[in-house]
Design a protein around this ligand. Sequence first.
Ligand SMILES: CC(C)(COP(=O)(O)OP(=O)(O)OC[C@H]1O[C@@H](n2cnc3c(N)ncnc32)[C@H](O)[C@@H]1OP(=O)(O)O)[C@@H](O)C(=O)NCCC(=O)NCCS
Length: 160
Amino acid sequence: MAEFEVRAVAAEEVRALRRALLRPHQEVEELVYAGDDHPETLHLGGFRHGRMVGIATIMFRPMPGRAERAAWQVRGMAVDHGHRGYGLGGLLLRRCLAHAAAGGGRLAWCNARAGSFGFYERHGFRRDGEPFELPDIGPHYRMFLQLEPAPPAGRPSGEE
Ligand SMILES: CC(C)(COP(=O)(O)OP(=O)(O)OC[C@H]1O[C@@H](n2cnc3c(N)ncnc32)[C@H](O)[C@@H]1OP(=O)(O)O)[C@@H](O)C(=O)NCCC(=O)NCCS
């Protein structure tokens, strides 16, 4: 497997790849999502040889149609074409989910492009409702995953 480094980055740092890989028809200013600058929001960059080749964001945000308040949305998940299939997407997604669980999250959700449905399914997400169309982007599925509570910090494993 290729070696990647995954680390937290600033919101501004993910926007160029957001545009290039996900929304090339939009202006950079349109790639500012509500919640991007919230202190609990996590933006991740995936790097190979020092170059950012993958991005993901997770933010505290209710899931439409669900009463669960501790809900976090995965957004802006993408890996550069030449680096797909080597595990970076999975690394980014798992780090996002761990961040949500550590923040008390009980539900993670996303609007998955039809083409990436299998990626989220592979990570345990299930589909919610019928597919819907996002203008200029195409068909999407709302998907969700129930999160396990994060273990309490600092307690050695195996102890009650
Ligand atoms: C979806 C995406 C982020 C996955 O990144 P990636 O680095 O290729 O994913 P990984 O290599 O970590 O794959 C993890 C697992 O998901 C599977 N998978 C990855 N992409 C998939 C897809 N599009 N459909 C079905 N399964 C997929 C892989 O086969 C792998 O399974 P395995 O562990 O059994 O081998 C990447 O393909 C991408 O950027 N796609 C275009 C943008 C996009 O659709 N983003 C999501 C917006 S909702």
